[in-house]
Write a protein that binds this ligand. Sequence first.
Ligand code: CIR
Length: 263
Amino acid sequence: MPSHRSYHFTHAVCRAPASSVVNALRLEDLGNPDFELLCRQHEIYIEALRETGVTVNVMPASEDYPDSVFVEDAALVVDGVAILLNPGARSRNGEPGALLRDGARYFNRVIDRKLSGAIDGGDILVFDDVVLVGLSERTSEDGANDLAQIVAPFGYSLRKAKTPSDILHFKSHCSLLDEKTAISTKALAVSGCFEGFDVVIVPDDEPHGSNVIRVNDKVIMAEEAPKTVALLRDQGFDVLPVPTSEVAKIDGAVSCCSLRYSL
Ligand code: CIR
C-alpha cells in the first residue's frame, strides 16, 4: 500500500480533560458536560486511537484552559513537525504555549512563529498535498495566508474555503476519508470547496457524522451518528464508533481531541 501522509500515522497526542471543561465555550447552551462521563468517554477515545496502531501520548490536564482537551486547535502537525497556531477565541489563546510546554518532546520539531491572524486547527483539513482552510469566526484570511507560507516548504498548497456561518469550525461539517475523498454535509459540499476530490455526503439528520478521523485502516467517529456508521461500513470502511455525547455539548467531536502524525 502506498504511504499517504494524510492518514497514515504512527503517533497521536491528546490532553486529559480539565475539570474546568464544564466552563468550556459553546455556541448553544445544551447543559454542562458531565465531567466524569466526559473523562470515561475520553479514555474510550484513546483506546480507539491505540486500536489503529498509533502510540498515544497524553499530556496532563491544563485547568487554566477549559477547552484544552481540544488539542487539535492549538497546532497543525505536518511530517512530524508541530506548527503552533493562533486560536481565535481569546480564552484559548494560551493553548499553543501550553502545548509547547507540555508536548514539544513528542514532535520532531516545533515551529513557533508569530502569526498575523487567527487560525484554529478545527478549520484545517489536510489532504496529501493540499491544505484546505475554512475561514470562520475563529480563522481569518491573514491566519490562512500565514499558514500557506509555513506549509509550502512541506509540499502543500493551501486553498481557502468558507465555513458556513452557523457552525463553529470547517471540520464540524467535513473530514478526510482517504487521500482523494472527503466526507461532508451536503450544505458544505455544494459550496464547491472539495473541487478535485470525491465526497461522501452524510444523511441530512446526521451532520455530526461528518466529523471523523481516518487513522491508518480505521475510521473513528461518533456512535451517535449510526446511519453514517452504516453508510461507511457499506462502503468498506472499518469504523470504530465511540461515544461523544459530552464533548458534543461544548461543540467538540472526534477530530478535535487529538493531533495525529507520523515520526
Ligand atoms: C471551542 O469553542 O473552541 C470548543 N468548545 C470546541 C472546539 C472544538 N474543536 C474542534 O472542532 N477542532
